[in-house]
Ligand binder design. Structure first.
Ligand SMILES: Nc1nc2c(c(=O)[nH]1)N[C@H]1C(S)=C(S)[C@@H](COP(=O)(O)OP(=O)(O)OC[C@H]3O[C@@H](n4cnc5c(=O)[nH]c(N)nc54)[C@H](O)[C@@H]3O)O[C@H]1N2
Ligand SMILES: Nc1nc2c(c(=O)[nH]1)N[C@H]1C(S)=C(S)[C@@H](COP(=O)(O)OP(=O)(O)OC[C@H]3O[C@@H](n4cnc5c(=O)[nH]c(N)nc54)[C@H](O)[C@@H]3O)O[C@H]1N2
Ligand code: SF4
Ligand SMILES: [Mo]
Length: 750
């Protein structure tokens, strides 16, 4: 018998790198035969990591849900979509009527970023629901960066990325892109990119409490005490001022606040910060000189810098240093991508402040970018007199991924009605009344809109549907659309009509801003796409910066052009300077001393004084600072039921160095007892000189130990412990971001 093997190209949907894949499909058997890197993909050039197979493993996983289910006294029971939507509408309406809109909370997790349609319809759902209890994984992630982009550039989703292709010096702080594959840094195979920098005579430097896989590739590793990067970077700026190295170059005409900043950083010298950061003054001074001596330097930081006590201050100083050295928006420095769907181009000034518009009820924490810190979910659910009664989670597992996950899990039990849009019965969704699964990536098309904003080289890509969905499954976007329609008292088609019309209006407005005429009739007559989301993509691409403008620019792009391209991805060229076009702060100025940053200076100063005094004090022999880490075969908590990724050596271990181990009395492979202000756990010890003195590392996303989850391989092969059960609700209060790095713990033999 001959089999009919078809070859398809698409983008890997599992992380931000967006590598090109070549997939062989057996249509008759509905099976993926092989997945390989696409050697002709202009970005990834054949590169893939171990997780490239997840696309198929998830598709085939027998434990993945394929029908909506509800919880009954006899366990989970399959239900129809109609029953599911009717029940949700009825329960959420009743809760809203009785307790108000804020009695329904949302939690949105990370995989949503990989689903264009779901992202579009989530906007509708959020505006219909209007709840202030909106929590997301972003508050355990990039919120400080969003705040800095908003404060300095005027747009919270316009992030600078290191121009790895052209830089002479790549400084990487609090990120491990050789393992994470880059975050807000869209570049497949960062390891090779670093080697290329070195091959052309440049240097790579990693600043991290652990000598990471990225540090192994780098020319230099600088160990830094967790949570102290803001002090380190203040001292960095101080040296620039003191040594007369400030040169804002092409940015000079935009920048305000330099003299105030000079004054602010005065007290933070390399010498005065050494005791806090653990970095010697000589090392810091040499680094600053090296940074300022080269023409093209990219100073990049990611979540190790965000999720710490002074995450906002650290990222503020990081971008500020790029500005002071003229490296922001310059080739080889930190640059802004120009995404093909547009949206981050010229626009109105940022007159809406994305912070402090409302506050959490219990401890009065201000929202940032429309969200409240996820670690406050439990206490908000129980807020006396203002309890949350209903919860909707979308692609999220806060019980493992958020500080005090254990407490969140208990709080979920108190809710009147919880619905989870998820593909597994896991630590979070097992607490729901209803779980609505959706199609997975082989069963729907997609465009990685989010990540095309973070790339080191502009591109557009499209991933076609591989198979028709299994009967009984809907796309996640479709589910969100239906729920938002029900909550708005509309039909699904009416709601979709509004979303479509919104897209058309946006397109006509964009055309008019760009100086040409576009009518709804032209859009309606010419738009292509098999599904509504595909039509939205077409409209956005065609009116975006490279678009065909509905025929006015025939060599421009459209959905059809991308679909007809032999590879999944089209090269749209190197990043270009674009400050003049993107800056949308009031009066088009970069105010280095914006109130968002300046307002945090007293807190920084008092910690500085306190730490300077404590540094001389007697140390507690068991006191350590905990940080996280990532492993190439993990993706937060959710790939652990895939046997090929779960088996092998236990990777949920506590790393520390041999001096610390000897002092505490720990042996490699023995168990340690780790105690924090909120919990205690027992975890295997891994002794390694990678770790800085006084620092332990435990990865997050583990703790697959609850009996009511249905992820048998995760439970059997890789249960681990959840470090988030040890982490309290402390925040970087300036950005309302959870602190998960630099957590004080005590470590004992177990
Ligand atoms: N201590 C500590 N905690 C951390 C971090 C850390 O570094 N240290 N990192 C933080 C970061 S950066 C993040 S982003 C968060 C992640 O936080 P979350 O996004 O809440 O956690 P995940 O484990 O990624 O959970 C993803 C969920 O999506 C579901 N899912 C996966 N694919 C699909 C799909 O196609 N459709 C649907 N409907 N569901 C799907 C999975 O089953 C899983 O339940 O964790 C944060 N937590
Ligand atoms: N394999 C894999 N890839 C992933 C993920 C995954 O779970 N597994 N998650 C994805 C997600 S959601 C995200 S957001 C990205 C994150 O991407 P990255 O930011 O690259 O993630 P991490 O590997 O957690 O790197 C954070 C680094 O910060 C260091 N660090 C901790 N505390 C401090 C500190 O105080 N100062 C400094 N300077 N460094 C510190 C840690 O040692 C670690 O090396 O990765 C994505 N990619
Ligand atoms: S690095 Fe790995 S997981 Fe990320 S897109 Fe490439 S193959 Fe997929
Ligand atoms: Mo993340």
């Amino acid at each position: 018998m001959t089999t009919n093997i078809e070859t398809l190209r698409r983008i890997c949907p599992t992380c931000e790198a967006c590598c090109g894949l070549v997939i062989e499909v057996d249509r008759d058997a509905q099976k993926i035969v092989s997945i390989q890197g696409d050697p002709d993909d202009h970005r990834s050039k054949g590169y893939v990591c171990a997780k490239s197979q997840a696309f198929n493993y998830i598709y085939e996983d027998a434990d993945r849900l394929r029908h909506p289910i509800k919880k009954t006294v006899d366990g989970w029971q399959e239900i129809s979509w109609l029953e599911a939507f009717d029940t949700i509408a009825e329960k959420f309406s009743a809760i809203r009527e009785q307790y108000g809109k804020d009695a329904i909370a949302f939690y949105v997790g990370n995989p949503l970023g990989h689903d264009f349609a779901a992202g579009v319809y989530l906007q509708s759902l959020m505006s219909v629901a209007g709840t202030e209890r909106f929590f997301s994984a972003g508050t355990v992630d990039q919120h400080p960066q969003q705040m800095v982009c908003w404060g300095l550039i005027g747009h919270e989703w316009l992030f600078p990325v290191p121009d790895l292709d052209r830089t002479e010096l790549f400084i990487c702080m609090g990120a491990n892109p050789v393992v994470s594959q880059g975050s807000i840094l869209g570049k497949p195979d960062v390891k090779s990119a670093m080697e290329d920098i070195q091959a052309r005579g440049g240097k790579c430097i990693v600043i991290d409490p652990r000598r990471t896989e990225t540090a192994e590739v780098a020319d230099q590793h600088i160990s830094i005490r967790p949570g102290t990067d803001a002090f380190f970077l203040m001292a960095f700026a101080n040296v620039m001022f003191e040594e007369d190295l400030v040169d804002t170059a092409h940015l000079t005409s935009f920048v305000d606040g330099i003299e105030e900043l000079r004054h602010v950083v005065k007290a933070y010298t390399p010498e005065s910060t050494t005791a806090i950061t653990g970095v010697s003054a000589v090392v810091l001074r040499t680094l600053v000189k090296q940074y300022c001596a080269v023409d093209k330097a990219a100073l990049y930081g990611r979540i190790g810098l965000c999720t710490q006590e002074f995450g906002l201050a650290a990222h503020w100083m990081l971008m500020t240093i790029s500005i002071l050295s003229g490296n922001l928006d310059r080739e080889g420095g930190m640059m802004f991508a120009a995404a093909p769907v547009g949206g981050s181009g010229p626009g109105s000034t940022a007159d809406v402040k994305p912070y402090g518009r409302w506050h959490s009820r219990v401890r009065g924490v201000p929202e940032t970018c429309g969200e409240l810190p996820a670690s406050l979910m439990a206490e908000e659910i129980g807020a006396p007199g203002e309890e949350v009664h209903g919860l909707l989670t979308i692609c999220g597992n806060p019980v493992l991924s958020v500080p005090r996950g254990d407490k969140i899990r208990d709080a979920l039990k108190t809710l009147d009605f919880t619905v989870c849009l998820d593909i597994y019965i896991n630590e979070t969704t097992s607490q729901a009344d209803m779980i609505l699964p959706s199609t997975v990536h082989p069963e729907h098309s997609n465009i990685d809109v989010t990540f095309q904003n973070f790339t080191t080289r502009n591109y557009v890509s499209f991933s076609p549907k591989t198979f028709e969905p299994a009967p009984g499954l809907k796309d996640l976007g479709e589910i969100i659309l239906e729920i938002s329609a029900r909550m708005a008292g509309l039909t699904r088609d009416e709601m979709e009509g509004f979303v479509y019309q919104g897209m058309v209006d946006m397109a006509c407005q964009r055309a008019s801003d760009a100086g040409y005429e576009l009518t709804s009739d032209t859009v309606n007559a010419n738009v292509t796409g098999d599904t509504a989301p595909e039509r939205y993509i077409d409209i956005m691409l065609r009116t975006g910066p490279y678009g065909d403008q509905f025929g006015r620019r025939p060599d421009g792009i459209s959905l059809a052009a991308v679909q007809n391209h032999p590879q999944a991805s089209i090269d749209l060229g190197a990043l270009k300077p674009r400050m003049d076009e993107i800056l949308r702060t009031p009066r088009k100025r970069i105010d280095l001393m914006h109130e968002v940053f300046a307002g945090d200076l007293p807190r920084l100063e008092s910690r500085f004084l306190e730490q300077s005094q404590n540094a001389a004090g007697q140390a507690d022999a068991n006191a350590m600072l905990m940080i996280g880490r990532r492993h190439i075969r993990d993706m937060n908590s959710w790939l652990h039921n895939l046997k090929p990724y779960a088996r092998g050596k236990n990777r949920c271990t506590m790393k520390l160095n041999s001096d610390d181990a000897a002092r505490i009395g720990l042996k490699d492979g023995s168990y340690a007892r780790v105690v924090s202000s909120v919990g205690e756990t027992f975890v295997p010890v891994e002794i390694t000189e990678e770790m800085m003195d006084g620092v332990i590392s435990i990865p997050h996303g583990f703790g697959h130990v609850y009996p009511d989850s249905k992820q048998p391989y995760a439970k059997e092969l890789l249960p681990g412990v959840s470090c988030n059960d040890l982490i309290d609700e402390s925040l970087d209060v300036a950005s309302s971001t959870c602190i998960v790095n630099g957590v004080p713990v005590q470590v004992f033999p177990g």
